[in-house]
Ligand binder design. Sequence first.
Ligand code: NAP
Length: 310
Amino acid sequence: MSTNYDVVIVGGGPTGLAAAVYTGRALLKTLVLEKQVPGGQIALTAAIDNYPGFADGISGYDFAQNFLRHAERFGAEVRIGTGATKIVPEADSSFTVELSDDTRVSAKAVILAMGRHPRMLEVPGEQRLIGYGVSYCATCDGAFFRDVPVAVVGGGNSAVEEGHFLTRYASEIHSIHRRDHFTAQKILIEQYMHAPKVRPVWHSVVEEIYGEKEVDAVRVRNLQTDETTEIPVKAVFIFIGWIPNSDLVKDLVETDESGRVAVNELMETRVPGLFAAGDLCVRPIYQLANVVADGVQAAVSVEKYLETRK
Ligand code: NAP
């Protein structure tokens, strides 16, 4: 296996793989590091209905596999199960990237595309019951909870979309949100609110998740009345936002208060040769189409950057 690359892309989700299609087509020697599954979060999504050009929708798995094949067709090497553990800028303006398999590679440029992971509620019972009813992915775990009541926490696009997905399986969905309305896109809210199984629980927060071996109930506090109630549920699906996976570079690049990487419109970070794109970054919206576009922009910027270094 080679150890010298024109570009190393950290993260093999849609952003990283879109970048790899473009760097591959530009004949740059490209390595993509993906420590879990190619496609990242999107590979776990049941159906993608809002990616322009896919009029009938596409499953997340198929979408991810297409991205992978596309990147590999143009010569990108995709290492699955291997992550980056350290990125070291060198005096000659290249980077040494240390890998989770205790090897290292050298790159003339690096694209950061590590994405983000779900935020936790941080209430008693949550951590202990992950995998036993506490979940952050309805499309992954929803089918385990057929004909039983479940709770969904949050009021943004994720909560409403994933909650709607759960209407296929659960007997009822207690949709717990701290406001008196959802803030998701209108079309998503409409579909969700029309589903007969959905029971909004407004002005409310989860204070504790009960259950010895698996989830039995949640304790919910109404923020207006201060009243607490127990809702019997077999699962709690939590969608209260995301945390960027920027630990790897927090001492290298500029981040905002929530850890999102600051980039300009060319996807440049403050370090020459180090680019970042997609969910990891401060972006105006976090839609699949625009994080893919970010990956494309980062790749084109890398190409131009390497031209200037020749
Ligand atoms: P989000 O928009 O940040 O929404 C987070 C939700 O969780 C909000 O309702 C928030 O309530 C609530 N929340 C935050 N912290 C909480 C806490 N500690 N306890 C209780 N509730 C809490 O996150 P998201 O829905 O995951 O969406 C993230 C981004 O991805 C958005 O830009 C979204 O548009 C995009 N996305 C798009 C799609 C799509 O287009 N199909 C699907 C999924 C996600 P407050 O409003 O009161 O803060």
